[in-house]
Design a protein around this ligand. Structure first.
Ligand code: SF4
Length: 337
């Protein structure tokens, strides 16, 4: 690990000033410290933001909820308002990492976590995300965990988060503060596809700090499921995950469907135009399969990961069926219902 300077800041202004002087924010450190130990990231200055007071969950006037950027994943997953109103988010959080990591990891840090592509972590290999212009070791290599949607010739990595998949489905908003003031970013615009600049994971501008994430009032608390398919039942990243949320009319037809996929692209994958196909439909394997086909249109395997296309299709149908039946996937008994 390279030497670095460490400082602790007490408020957002101090944090932004330190970032303007080349500082790198650290909170739980559950990803950044790993990357530093592997020499993938070598910040010269770490700015500890743990004392900024951004650790509250607060109601919003429009009925939504504001989650401070420093709320720990474990605290958020067990928060009464999340359990009662946004259980989809609670399930996604519980599907991720381990209890120890969830105790440290923060909401903002979860948004900022970087891909788990093997080649990104191995500094002996080529990687355009780690070293722009060096090439991509994954293309033509081991691709079991890589993207089937939205990839480019420059990068086929996927975003590793579970929490972000649920936030994408719920239509969250990311609030940030920066040198040019504060702004809000719709969740689907926060993470980005790799294109020819895979070194950028998201649309944050230089020196910006995530302060909170807002959830809209609609939490889909009665019809939801987070289904995560992985190589082992715990402490593994998703091969494919599905956050599914439905609102049904009194006659049982679908009023609203929100679905995001994890483990398939450089960002949580959501297609609102495909979701609108489900409006007015009767929940059924047939209608859900048609939706899954539209959601996965253009999916392309990279060799080892061809299986993910069919897996994602089936997982989408299964998660929507669980949501429609009001029988969400258990995160305790992980056997798929
Ligand atoms: Fe790097 Fe992306 Fe290629 Fe992985 S897939 S080696 S992260 S450029």
């Amino acid at each position: 690990m390279n030497p670095f300077r460490y400082e602790r800041v007490q408020n957002i202004d101090e944090a932004l000033r330190a970032a303007g002087q080349g500082g790198r924010f650290i909170a739980g450190g559950t990803n950044l410290l790993d990357l530093m130990k592997e020499n993938v990231e070598r910040p010269a200055r770490l700015v500890d933001i743990n004392r900024l007071g951004l650790d509250q969950v607060e109601p919003l006037p429009d009925g939504g909820l504001r989650i401070g950027a420093l709320v720990r994943n474990a605290d958020l997953a067990s928060h009464p308002w999340i359990l009662e109103r946004y259980p989809l988010l609670g399930c996604a959080l519980m599907a991720g990492a381990s209890p120890q990591l969830r105790n440290m990891a923060t909401t903002g840090g979860n948004l900022m976590q970087r891909t788990r592509c093997y080649y990104f972590y191995d500094t002996a290999t080529r990687c355009n995300k780690r070293t722009p212009g060096s090439g991509c070791g994954a293309v033509g290599g081991c691709t079991r965990i890589h993207a089937i949607l939205g990839a480019s010739e420059h990068c086929i990595a996927v975003h590793p988060s579970d929490m972000c998949v649920a936030m994408a489905a719920l239509g969250a908003t990311v609030n940030v503060a920066g040198p040019e003031g504060r702004r809000s970013i719709p969740f689907q615009e926060f993470h980005r596809l790799p294109g020819d600049t895979p070194q950028y994971d998201n649309t944050l501008r230089e020196g910006e700090l995530i302060t909170s994430v807002d959830l809209p009032a609609q939490g889909f608390a009665s019809r939801y499921s987070y289904l995560k398919i992985r190589d082992r039942l715990s402490y593994a990243f998703a091969l494919v995950s599905v956050a599914a949320a439905l609102r049904l009319e009194d006659d049982g037809s679908i009023a609203e469907a929100c679905v995001a996929l994890g483990g398939v692209a450089h960002k949580p994958w959501r297609l609102p135009e495909a979701e609108r196909m489900l409006t007015g439909e009767t929940p059924s394997v047939r209608s859900f399969t048609r939706f899954a086909d539209a959601l996965l249109e253009g999916a392309t395997g990279q060799g080892d990961n061809e299986f993910k296309i069919e897996l994602a299709c089936r997982a989408t149908v299964r998660a929507l069926t669980q949501a429609a039946n009001g029988t969400p996937q258990s995160q305790v008994d992980k056997r798929i219902a």
